[in-house]
Ligand binder design. Structure first.
Ligand code: KL2
Length: 574
């Protein structure tokens, strides 16, 4: 009974299930925000009414089927759950009122420490990012939604509990249209004097589904949300519905929590005909990356989990991961080349672009190894993920242009996430040769003969570019999205919560010659590259404002899924 309750109530489960839980007032603090659709973006706080009704049942039909949580602002209903009494005593219940009124952006100290776990090395503890300490007066990060400015401590009337209305209007649904990009240049090339074989069209989704564990860890980012919208069961049902409706042939998911993957996500996707692969992060965080594909469309050639953590390499001391799959399109004539699908979630920390670049280098080296053909060329690559970097940032530029001159670049500028200050500057070489990855992002084989090692190392350092202020890679990648909306010219948003509204998610791919997004100098043939046929349009800040930001009643992550359709042509020698 208690276990069930814990699973269903995101804001409580984490604390209640861990030893040494904070006192009840900390648990209750998470409900200590006000929520009213339509008022969220207004200049005035809502008129507080209906104190005894925590939230509407009319607004969440599915929620009625779940056991109801106790009213968050009603102390006796908490006691009735049997969950809290052993952790509380009368003094705390007396203080409850006053403590809850403090709806400042400040996190409880033990919570702040926890929420940045895995993002920072022990030596870094004193350097705190402004993101991590959301105190009053902190500069808002670049991309922070203006329309969320009112969700602050000052919006809540002092001395009163925040309250939710008895009945709330449903959040309007976000509309996203399909952008057809299959213009004549994208059509199948004509084959002289022979029967044309059909191309292989397939769709790819990239989606950060917001792990429940991270949602709880960073609860202050979701104060604008209606609490039941953050309930995992509600979110899971929306997410799985969306995945089923979009029905992508290949899906790259990030922030997939291991227990949810094993118990719910994998069984559901398998029943929809998907083969599922998963790589959990190293360290203590329970989420990871999943790549799933339709069994009727592809068969698995090989699967390569990638851990970025390397003992003894200071730049690779974080627990982020990637997952690389080699897939064979199912086709009776065997006319198609394999495709390499990679998924990752790079480090969040806005100041540590040096680490993000090193993680990316490890992933690119693995992709190059997996995708390389006997003649040294590469099969088509689709690289999806949450890169925690914005368009046109140095990291983004590196992926697309295959080269980055990095010398003197502040590490806080690499991802472009925010105007964070930082002391670190990138210097040559960006990562040590001992990592075994060249400055061209390829794995190197270590020299076996110790006698020649030193001389060889020096010579190799010269050849491999370890003395040059630049890094390169050999994959020709382009982004499937253009990062600006066609109609309005406004920036596309892939992630949005109370402190940010930016693009950090991408689908990069090997574009074939003539593809709409291909570089003018691209020379990749249509059977070794992909043509973008269409994509599910993203939205801008204005559209997200109308739906209360993310997550909301219908969109159950703080990211939106990216969805594209590609065409691969059959090999002509077959
Ligand atoms: O930006 V993300 O959310 O791609 O949606 O990636 C990270 C952040 C994710 C994995 O580490 O957790 C979120 N402030 C804001 N968000 C954070 C923080 C933080 N201090 N730490 C982790 N995340």
């Amino acid at each position: 009974m208690m276990r069930q309750f814990i699973c269903r109530h995101p804001m409580f489960g984490r604390y209640l299930s861990t030893a040494g839980s904070p006192p009840a007032r900390t648990v209750l603090r998470h409900w200590g925000h006000w929520y009213q659709p339509g008022y969220l973006w207004s200049t005035r706080p809502p008129h507080v009414q209906h104190r005894s009704t925590p939230f509407s049942s009319a607004r969440h039909p599915s929620y009625n089927r779940q056991p109801r949580p106790p009213g968050p602002y009603n102390w006796s209903s908490w006691r009735n759950t049997g969950v809290l009494p052993h952790q509380t005593h009368p003094r705390q219940s007396v203080r409850f009122s006053g403590d809850l009124m403090d709806c400042s952006d400040r996190e409880p100290p033990q919570k702040r420490r926890k929420s940045t776990e895995g993002e920072r090395s022990p030596g870094e503890r004193s350097q705190r990012s402004p993101e991590r300490l959301p105190t009053k007066g902190t500069r808002r990060p670049k991309g922070s939604p203006e329309w969320l400015r009112n969700v602050t401590k000052d919006s809540v009337p002092t001395g009163k509990f925040p309250s939710s209305p008895k009945s709330t209007p449903a959040t309007p649904e976000l509309t996203r249209h399909w952008e057809d990009l299959s213009h004549p240049h994208n059509a199948r090339p004509s084959v002289k004097g022979g029967k044309q074989k059909r191309p292989c069209d397939f769709s790819v989704m990239s989606y950060n589904i917001l792990s429940q564990d991270l949602l709880c860890d960073n609860a202050y980012l979701y104060r604008h949300c209606n609490p039941p919208d953050l309930d995992w069961q509600h979110r899971f049902s929306n997410i799985i519905k969306e995945l089923e409706q979009r029905s992508a042939d290949i899906m790259c998911l990030q922030e997939v929590q291991e227990d949810h993957y094993k118990e719910q996500i994998k069984p559901s996707l398998e029943s929809l005909g998907y083969h599922c692969e998963f790589k959990r992060r190293t360290g203590v965080k329970p989420d990871g990356c999943a790549v799933v594909f339709k069994r009727e469309r592809f068969s698995l050639v090989s699967c390569h989990p990638v851990e970025y953590f390397r003992r003894g390499v200071p730049l690779l001391d974080r627990d982020n991961v990637g997952l690389v799959l080699l897939l064979r399109p199912i086709d009776s004539s065997g006319s198609f080349t394999n495709i390499c699908v990679a998924n990752t979630h790079l480090l969040y920390n806005p100041r540590r672009g040096d680490i993000k670049l090193a993680q990316l280098a490890v992933l690119l080296a693995e992709i190059s190894r997996v995708a390389q053909l006997p003649d040294g060329s590469f099969c088509p690559v689709v690289l999806c993920g949450d890169f925690n970097s914005v368009p046109w940032s140095p990291l983004y530029h590196f992926i697309k242009e295959s080269k980055l001159e990095y010398d003197g670049l502040p590490t806080a500028k690499v991802s472009g996430q925010e105007n964070s200050r930082g002391q670190r500057i990138l210097t040559v070489p960006i990562w040590p040769k001992s990592l075994g990855i060249s400055q061209k992002c390829q794995f190197e084989s270590p020299s076996k003969d110790p006698e020649v090692k030193d001389l060889e190392q020096e010579a190799l350092a010269e050849i491999d570019g370890f003395t040059k202020p630049s890094i390169q890679h050999s994959l020709q990648l382009t982004s499937a999205y253009s990062h600006y909306l066609k109609e309005s010219g406004h920036p596309e948003i892939t992630t949005c919560h109370s402190r940010t509204a930016i693009t950090v998610d991408y689908i990069f791919y090997t574009a074939a010659m003539g593809d709409v997004m291909a570089h003018p100098e691209c020379s990749v043939s249509p059977e070794m590259g992909l043509q973008l046929l269409g994509r599910l349009a993203l939205v801008g800040e204005a559209e997200l404002e109308k739906v209360n930001g993310l997550p909301n009643q219908h969109n159950s992550s703080d990211h939106l899924p990216l969805l594209t359709c590609f065409r691969l042509h059959p090999r002509t020698d077959n």
